[in-house]
Design a protein around this ligand. Structure first.
Ligand SMILES: [Zn+2]
Length: 823
C-alpha cells in the first residue's frame, strides 16, 4: 500500500471489491432488523449534477451507518425514465426517446458507481421497461374495476398549430412554447383517479408521520384542504331550477347581494345563447386556462345575466352574474357574493356598483373599525341586519342556518376538500400506454389481464406535432375483447407521476414476473428513510401515499403509509444562487472526482451544511476536505510504519494510564458518542465530521512513546476510520486493511463506546466571595466538603478578597460552586 494518497487508484480498488463481492446485495432475512433507505430516483437526464451527488450521498451515508449497526440494509436505485425531456431531446437530436433514455441510463449508472454509492444494482428499475409498467397497467385496471378510476371531460391547453396538448410549463405567457400560437382551452375526455375518496385518510394519517418535517405535513394538509361549511340552494326566480352554493362563512348568508356563476356553468351557457355580449364574454374566458393560484391576481370581470336568485334564509332577491373568477371545475361552479365581508367580492361589487350589506359587527374584544366605503370587514363577528338571527355568533349561526335550510329542504352541512381528483391522461408519446380499448358497440373496455402489457413502440418517427401513437395503426388498431369487432386502443399515456407513485414498493421484488408484489414487499416496507427534494413535498408524496393506501385495500401490501421517515435535503448554491446551466454557475462532479476523488466530494457535501439547509459551494471547502483526508492517510501510514501491526487493542490496565492517556481516550469515546447520535438520530453529518476533525487534531498532539500510547493511537485511528467510512468509503476501505484487518470495513461494526473511558476524575468549580465569582479551580471528583472548603480558602485570589474580614460560613454546592460568606 502506498504512503501517498492517490484517490483514483484507491477508489477503483474499493469499487471493484464491492462489485465482485456483491457487497450491497440485499437478501431478506426475517431474523435481522431491516433498514430500507431510499433516495428519490432520478430522471435520467444524462448528467449527474452536484445536487444529485448531495442527495444520493446522504442516503448512502445513512445506509452504510445502519449496516454498521447490524441492520439488514436495502438501498436500491432506478430511473424515473418516462417524461417530456426525452421527447424534447428527440426533437433536437433526431433520436427516438427510448434510445436517448437508455444511453443516458448507461452513462449515469457509470457516474453513480464512481461516487461509490452502495446500491443493490440487481434491483435496478427503469420505469420505461415493459416489465415495470405492465404492473402499473394492471393496477390501473384493478382500480378501475374497484371504481377508483373514471373518465370525464376536462380542460387542457391546446396548441392549434402543433395540434397538441401542452403541459402547463409549456405555456409561456399564454402561448405555445414551440409554435408561439395562442393557447386555447379545450375539453377532452381524460382518465382520473378518485384520490378524493381517500381525502379523509390522507389527512388524518398525516398525524402518524411524526418523523416527517412538520413543514411538509402542513403543505399536505393545506393541499388536501378540509373545510366544514354549508350547502345552500338558491331558487332561480321564474324558473324551475335552483343554484347550489357552498360556503365556509354561512354566518354571512344574510349579506349575500349577488350570486356568481362560472363561465362553464350550464346556466351561463344557456343564457349566452340569447345574449351576444355574454357569449362574447364566455369566449374571452375560454382562452385562458386559469390556475387556481392565478385567480387571486386576475382582473375580476363579470356580466349580469338578468336572472334573479332567492336567498333561502331571508328570501332576498339578488342578481345572478357570470364571473371569470369562479372555477367551473371546482364545487358546483357557483358562489355567493358577500361584498361586506369578503375582499374579492368587495372588489367585484365596487367595480360593478353592486350593493354592499353589512351583516357582521366586530366582537367586543375586536377593535376593528368597520368602514365599508374603504374595505370589507373580514374578521369574526356577531350577526346584525339579519332579522331574527341578530346577535348570533358564528357557531350559533352555523347551527341555526343548517336547521333552517334542512327544514325547508334547501341545504345541509357539508365537509369539502380542496383536493381534486388526479387527472392522469397525457396526450404524449413517451409514457405508459393507458390499457383501455374503445369499442363502437361495447364502449370503453379494459385490456384483459392476459394481454398485458400494452407495449409502447420504441422504434418510432418523432416529429413533435401530435403523438406518434395516433399515426400508428399498428398500435391503435385492435379488436374488442368482448365482441371481437374492430376497436381502437387509447393513445394517451399516463402522467409520469404514476411511475414514481409505487416504485418504492416494486424495489422489494423487481424480478417478480408473475405478480405485482410478493411477500417480500411486507418484509421491506414501509421505507424506513426516504430522502429527496422539498419540491416533491406535495404532489409526489401525496400520490405515493394514495397509491399505497389503494394498494393496501387491494390486499397487495399491509402497511398504511409508504415512508416512515422523511429527509428533505437543501439545495446546492453557488454565489448565493441555485446552480443552473442558464446561469453558467454549475460545477461538474466529474472534474472534481478526477482531481480530488469521490471521497473528497462526499466529505465536502456532508461537511459544508446541515443536510436540510442550502449548501454554498466553495472551492476552498473542497480543498479543505481533501487536505483532511490526506492527513488521515499520512497519519495512518506513519502509525503503521516500522511498528508491529496490532489489529487488536491490547488488554491493558486502564486504571494506571496517565492523565494525558486518559484524556486522549476520553476524547475518542466522546467523539464516538457524539458521532453516533449525530449521524444516526439527528442526521447532522456536519457536526459529526467536525468532531472527528477535532479528534484527529488532538491525536496530532499526542506523543506516542510507549506501547500503551501506541495502542491508544491505534484505537483512535481505528475509530476515526470506522466513523468516517460511511462518508468516505473508499479511502477508509484501504486504510482498514492497512491497519491489519483482513475483512472489509463495510462489514465491520460501528465503534463501541467504552464507558470507563468517559469517566471524568476531576471537575471545575467556581469560587464566590459574597456571591461574586472570584476564582475557578479544578478539584478531584471525589473530594469531600472539608477539602473543598480548604481549597477555596487557600486560593490566592480568594485570600485577597477575604483579607481583614470574618468568614461567616462556606457553602458548597456540589459539582458547581463554593461560596465564601464574609462580613
Ligand atoms: Zn365490443
Amino acid at each position: 500500500m502506498e504512503n501517498q494518497y492517490y484517490p483514483k487508484k484507491v477508489e477503483e480498488l474499493a469499487q471493484r471489491y464491492w462489485e465482485t463481492h456483491k457487497t450491497f446485495k440485499a437478501i431478506e432475512d426475517p431474523n435481522k432488523e431491516k433498514y430500507y433507505c431510499l433516495s428519490m430516483f432520478p430522471y435520467p437526464s444524462g448528467n449527474l449534477h452536484v445536487g444529485h451527488v448531495r442527495n444520493y450521498t446522504i442516503g448512502d451515508v445513512l445506509s452504510r451507518f445502519q449496516r454498521m449497526q447490524g441492520k439488514n440494509v436495502l438501498q436500491p436505485i432506478g430511473w424515473d425514465a418516462f417524461g417530456l425531456p426525452a421527447e424534447n431531446a428527440a426533437l433536437e437530436r433526431k433520436i427516438p426517446p427510448a434510445k436517448w433514455t437508455y444511453q443516458n441510463i448507461t452513462h449515469m449508472k457509470q457516474q453513480f458507481k464512481q461516487i461509490g454509492l452502495g446500491y443493490d444494482w440487481d434491483r435496478e428499475i427503469a420505469t420505461c421497461r415493459p416489465e415495470y409498467y405492465r404492473w402499473e397497467q394492471w393496477l390501473f385496471i384493478k382500480l378501475y374495476e374497484k371504481g377508483l378510476v373514471y373518465k370525464k371531460k376536462s380542460i387542457v391547453n391546446w396548441d392549434p398549430v402543433d395540434q397538441t396538448v401542452l403541459a402547463n410549463e409549456q405555456v409561456i405567457s399564454g402561448r405555445g412554447w414551440r409554435s408561439g400560437a395562442l393557447v386555447e382551452r379545450r375539453e377532452i375526455p381524460q382518465w382520473f383517479f378518485k384520490i378524493t375518496a381517500y381525502a379523509d385518510e390522507l389527512l388524518k394519517s398525516l398525524d402518524t408521520l411524526t418523523e416527517w418535517p412538520e413543514s411538509v405535513c402542513t403543505m399536505q394538509r393545506n393541499w388536501i384542504g378540509r373545510s366544514k361549511g354549508i350547502c345552500a340552494d338558491f331558487d332561480v326566480k321564474d324558473r324551475t331550477e335552483s343554484i347550489e352554493i357552498f360556503t365556509t362563512c354561512p354566518d354571512t348568508l344574510c349579506g349575500v347581494t349577488y350570486l356568481a356563476l362560472a363561465p362553464e356553468h350550464p346556466l351561463s351557457i344557456e343564457m349566452a345563447e340569447k345574449d351576444p355580449v355574454l357569449a362574447e364574454f364566455l369566449k374571452e374566458c375560454k382562452n385562458v386556462k386559469v390556475a387556481e393560484a392565478e385567480i387571486a391576481t386576475l382582473e375580476k370581470k363579470g356580466i349580469d345575466t338578468g336572472l334573479k336568485a332567492i336567498n333561502p334564509i331571508n328570501n332576498d332577491s339578488v342578481p345572478i352574474w357570470v364571473a371569470n373568477y369562479v372555477l367551473g371545475e371546482y364545487g358546483s361552479g357557483a358562489v355567493m357574493g358577500v361584498p361586506a365581508h369578503d375582499d374579492r367580492d368587495y372588489e367585484f361589487a365596487k367595480k360593478y356598483q353592486l350593493s354592499i350589506k353589512q351583516v357582521l359587527e366586530p366582537l367586543e374584544e375586536d377593535e376593528s373599525i368597520v368602514d365599508l366605503s374603504k374595505a370589507a370587514f373580514t374578521g369574526k363577528g356577531r350577526l346584525i341586519n339579519s332579522g331574527p338571527y341578530n346577535g348570533l355568533n358564528f357557531e350559533q349561526a352555523f347551527n341555526t342556518f343548517v336547521k333552517v335550510l334542512q327544514d325547508k329542504n334547501k341545504g345541509r352541512s357539508e365537509i369539502h376538500f380542496r383536493l381534486r381528483d388526479w387527472g392522469v391522461s397525457r396526450q404524449r408519446y413517451w409514457g405508459t400506454p393507458i390499457p383501455m380499448i374503445h369499442c363502437p358497440s361495447c364502449g370503453t373496455v379494459p385490456v384483459p389481464e392476459k394481454d398485458l402489457p400494452v407495449l409502447l413502440p420504441e422504434e418510432i418517427h418523432f416529429e413533435g406535432v401530435g403523438s406518434p401513437l395516433k399515426k400508428m395503426p399498428e398500435f391503435y388498431e385492435t379488436t374488442c375483447p368482448i365482441c371481437s369487432e374492430k376497436a381502437e386502443r387509447e393513445t394517451d399515456t399516463f402522467d409520469t407521476f404514476m411511475e414514481s407513485s409505487w416504485y418504492y414498493a416494486r424495489f422489494a421484488c423487481p424480478d417478480q414476473n408473475q405478480k405485482m408484489f410478493d411477500e417480500r414487499v411486507n418484509y421491506w416496507l414501509p421505507v424506513d428513510q426516504y430522502i429527496g427534494g422539498i419540491e416533491h413535498a406535495i404532489l409526489h408524496l401525496l400520490y405515493a401515499r394514495f397509491f399505497h393506501k389503494a394498494m393496501r385495500d387491494l390486499g397487495l401490501l399491509k402497511s398504511d403509509e409508504p415512508f416512515t421517515r422523511l429527509l428533505t435535503q437543501g439545495m446546492v448554491l453557488k454565489d448565493g444562487a441555485k446552480m443552473s446551466k442558464s446561469k453558467g454557475n454549475t460545477v461538474d462532479p466529474k472534474n472534481l472526482i478526477e482531481t480530488y476523488g469521490a471521497d473528497t466530494l462526499r466529505l465536502f457535501l456532508m461537511f459544508a451544511a446541515h443536510p436540510e439547509l442550502s449548501l454554498e459551494w466553495s472551492d476552498s471547502g473542497v480543498e479543505g476536505a481533501f487536505r483532511f483526508l490526506k492527513r488521515l492517510w499520512t497519519r495512518t501510514f506513519e502509525h503503521i510504519d516500522g511498528k508491529r501491526q496490532s489489529p487488536k487493542i491490547p488488554e491493558i490496565n486502564k486504571e494506571n494510564f496517565t492523565e494525558i492517556q486518559k484524556s486522549m481516550r476520553r476524547l475518542c469515546h466522546e467523539t464516538i458518542r457524539k458521532a453516533t447520535d449525530d449521524v444516526g438520530r439527528r442526521h447532522t453529518f456536519n457536526t459529526a465530521i467536525a468532531a472527528m476533525m477535532e479528534l484527529m487534531n488532538a491525536l496530532g498532539k499526542f506523543a506516542v512513546e510507549t506501547e500503551i500510547d501506541y495502542a491508544i493511537a491505534q484505537e483512535t485511528l481505528e475509530s476515526v476510520i470506522l466513523m468516517l467510512s460511511p462518508i468516505a468509503p473508499h479511502m477508509t476501505h484501504a486504510l482498514w486493511n492497512a491497519l491489519g484487518y483482513s475483512g472489509a470495513i463495510v462489514d465491520a461494526p460501528w465503534p463501541v463506546i467504552d464507558k470507563s473511558a468517559l469517566i471524568t476524575e476531576t471537575l471545575d468549580m467556581v469560587i464566590q466571595v459574597n456571591g461574586k465569582v472570584r476564582a475557578q479551580i479544578t478539584v478531584p471528583i471525589k473530594a469531600d466538603e472539608e477539602t473543598l472548603k480548604q481549597l477555596a480558602l487557600n486560593h490566592e485570589n480568594v485570600k485577597r478578597h477575604i483579607q481583614g474580614k470574618t468568614v461567616r460560613k462556606v457553602i458548597v454546592v456540589p459539582t458547581k460552586l463554593i461560596n465564601v460568606v464574609v462580613a
